[in-house]
Design a binder for this molecule. Structure first.
Ligand code: GLU
Length: 309
């Protein structure tokens, strides 16, 4: 089957080295298999993702030498499609409104803590509300989030890079939110809906999203979508062990673009990815013939500014 990989940045700020690392590897993996690459701007939370950030991310990708084969897809323009997906789930009786406030969620006595994420396992408090109870809460002005019922069942995958991973959804995750009470569509819904609509067959992304994958497998199942393959990447860490983030302004692509040519930066990323023995100027295209997942480390990578000299 022809491979379609994807670049799926969240344009909520300037792109940093961690985003560039993930994008380079997603691009290389697809191109090395002769595949297509599609681009999606994950700007669901539009007030936090102004258009100039989307433009900036695309400029950064082009500057690095990463191209794509579609007209960019903006999640902020696809709310009607997400609503259709919700209707299909509602028709199966899989959705219910949840009126819990943040405080109630954290105070619920039956909660276990999800082992892989900071989020508590949802207690199911609003699962069995009667129509009358729901109406009474709505009358008080409460607005419900929409939760997806999950089964007491293990969802497992073999990650193409990190190996087996599994989670029992009821016990380790709980019913999860697909649309927030303020109307914002959840990442889990949008990512699954769009990967299917865009024909994505291969997902390459940071390992921080590995724990979301069983939820996404389940959503694909109940929406009747195919499962893409998954390869999760080690994270780039700052010297103090924290994950590189948009807060590390000096490692933003915009700042680095002023100091280094793109080939030099790609060389450093390729070296961290195990694709070069030492940093040397290179284009993404030149890395395609020798790309192999076997060379990419599985342990997180600590980066210092010194690596860029
Ligand atoms: N938009 C997410 C990010 O930039 C990636 C989501 C995904 O790959 O599933 O981290």
């Amino acid at each position: 089957m022809p491979v379609t990989g994807r670049l799926a940045p969240s344009p909520s700020g300037e792109m940093h080295l961690g985003n560039a690392f993930a994008a380079l590897l997603a691009w290389l993996s697809a191109r090395a298999q002769g595949g297509q690459v599609v681009l999606r701007l994950e700007d669901l939370d539009l007030p936090r993702c102004p258009a100039r950030f989307s433009q900036g991310v695309m400029e950064d990708f082009r500057w690095l030498g990463l191209d794509w084969d579609n007209d960019p897809v903006y999640q902020s323009q696809r709310f009607g499609y997400y609503e259709d997906c919700l209707s299909r789930l509602a028709a199966q009786g899989l959705l219910y409104p949840c009126y819990c406030t943040r405080r109630e969620l954290h105070a619920a006595p039956t909660e276990a803590s999800a082992p892989h994420t900071a989020a508590p396992v949802y207690s199911g408090r609003c699962r069995t509300l009667s129509d009358a109870q729901r109406a009474a809460l709505e009358l008080q002005g409460r607005r419900g989030a929409l939760r997806l019922r999950v089964p007491d069942k293990v969802y497992a995958l073999t990650d193409g890079h990190l190996g087996p991973y599994r989670a029992n959804l009821a016990q380790e995750v709980g019913d999860f939110i697909l649309r927030r009470s303020d109307g914002l569509y959840a990442y889990q819904l949008a990512v699954v809906a769009d990967d299917a609509a865009m024909g994505v067959t291969e997902v390459v992304r940071g390992r921080d999203l590995l724990p979301s994958t069983p939820q996404q497998l389940y959503l694909q199942e109940v929406l009747g979508f195919p499962h893409p393959s998954y390869c999760h990447l080690p994270l780039l860490l700052a010297p103090d062990g924290r994950r590189l983030s948009k807060r590390e302004g000096d490692l933003s692509l915009r700042a680095l673009r002023k100091r280094y040519p793109p080939t030099e930066l790609v060389g450093v990323l390729a070296c961290w990815a195990g694709l070069l023995d030492k940093p040397a100027p290179v284009t993404p295209r030149e890395l395609v013939p020798s790309f192999s997942w076997d060379r990419v480390p599985t342990e997180d990578i600590t980066v210092t500014e010194l690596s860029l000299s």
